[in-house]
Design a protein around this ligand. Sequence first.
Ligand SMILES: Nc1ncnc2c1ncn2[C@@H]1O[C@H](COP(=O)(O)OP(=O)(O)OP(=O)(O)O)[C@@H](O)[C@H]1O
Length: 513
Amino acid sequence: MAKRTHNTESTELRPSKKSKSDDKHSEKKEKKDKKDKKEKKNGVDQVTGSSSDEQTGYTQASALTDLPQSQIDQFLEEKVIKITDSSTEPMPQFRPIISFDYLPPCDTDLYAPLKAFPAPSPIQAATWPLLFAGRDVIGIAETGSGKTLGFGLPCLKKLLDSKRSRKPYHPAAVIISPTRELAMQIYDQLVKFSHVAKADVTCIYGGVGKDEQRVALKTAAIVVATPGRLKDLQNDESVDLSKVKYLVLDEADRMLDKGFEQDIKDIIAPMPVSRRQTVMFTATWPRSVRDLAATFMSSPVTVTIGGDPSADPRANTRIKQEVEVMDGRDKENRLIQLLSRSQKGQNPEKVLVFCLYKKEAMRIERLIKMKGFKVAGIHGDLNQSDRFRNLDAFKTGAATVLVATDVAARGLDIPAVKLVINVTFPLTVEDYVHRIGRTGRAGANGHAITLFTEQDKALSGGLINVLKAAKQDVPESLLKFGTTVKKKQHDAYGAFFKDIGTDKKATKITFDD
Ligand SMILES: Nc1ncnc2c1ncn2[C@@H]1O[C@H](COP(=O)(O)OP(=O)(O)OP(=O)(O)O)[C@@H](O)[C@H]1O
């Protein structure tokens, strides 16, 4: 049965002090929100503003409608697609867009860049109709499965269809990402399409000057941003988000964890839930963030690929996962052994080495360099241009080993990473799933080797479950640490920006802005 979620707009819009004029204002606002909500249900497309003769603004292609139901069922079953609608009202049902041929018609050649791909990925096929139809969507699918275009293409299409003229500094869509590098990568993907979509896209992140960003915000229709800098620019009135109709939280579980939660609330305060379409995508969806997510959304549909979202975090099954339990003192030798194997010959493999701490990452990078390998590093102590430059060196192959903290764990789509080595285990198994997800992307196979020590034993149960779910070998030496999964793994839910020193007790965690 469909489950009702609660939309507590009050969390976003609660006034601090109430005056008479506030009362009047909130009455007016309530009326408007009710009208907006009704319109949303009646299928008024909130981005285009144009009501459709269909109920939702999206018309399923007749060729898709003509397909036998058995073909659709087979697709849903084979790809293990689960769709859960939390709406209590009857909603139109759409078939997954299983071929690019069934995309809604488009006047321009917006879809041209899709020619590079054989077919929509399962998360794209299942979420596109819902997103075109204006529904709030939570999309959960393995790492490297094309989630960016999952939320990106409907965003571009809606802007392209929009007949409304926009006021300067009033973007229509905002995509929020937890790291600067990921924001830039999303921007790069959208720009490939935005040329035809004529949507001005800009990317806003911290660590660089604000002036150029202010200029870009004047015309941008789509803003891809990290939260801190976006909030700054919103606070100094360089951008007004009150007209945003399409809001995406990429890596949604990260965006809703403690470190970002308040920023997100502040950013979305001027865009009531009734007037925006809210979209959340991720590969991991821990229980701890789900209730909070519901408060940001209006009767969302949850689309899960590859299994129940209530189960343990799931790794991409094309990644071969190996765990080596060892004494911490042996890690460096083992790392160099593994690198020697993968770096020999004319074509050394691309290897991503994860550390938990910045200082540790710097030390490991020095060690690898000393051994003569072509290495670069990425962590929070580097300035932004060095971060971009080093990532680029790894992408182009100028460096074949990249040593990173968890700043590179999520979302980064680096071609042909053959191996991920975890020198130090992350703070949560979700982070582990994201880290190893830098290999085995877009249908390729991947390989991950984790050096696990007694110090990490609190996470052995969670790791064992991830291994089992992906049908990987579980070493006896790991089982010895225990199979219990601790409910609360870490206060900060993850080590995303564990910009701390080598002291494990240190608590200062900083975030990208
Ligand atoms: N339909 C498709 N078919 C094949 N490849 C695709 C398709 N759509 C996107 N891709 C490619 O797949 C790769 C991974 O996509 P993307 O970065 O969006 O993954 P993701 O699901 O967001 O991963 P993560 O969870 O790590 O953030 C990209 O190189 C992208 O160009």
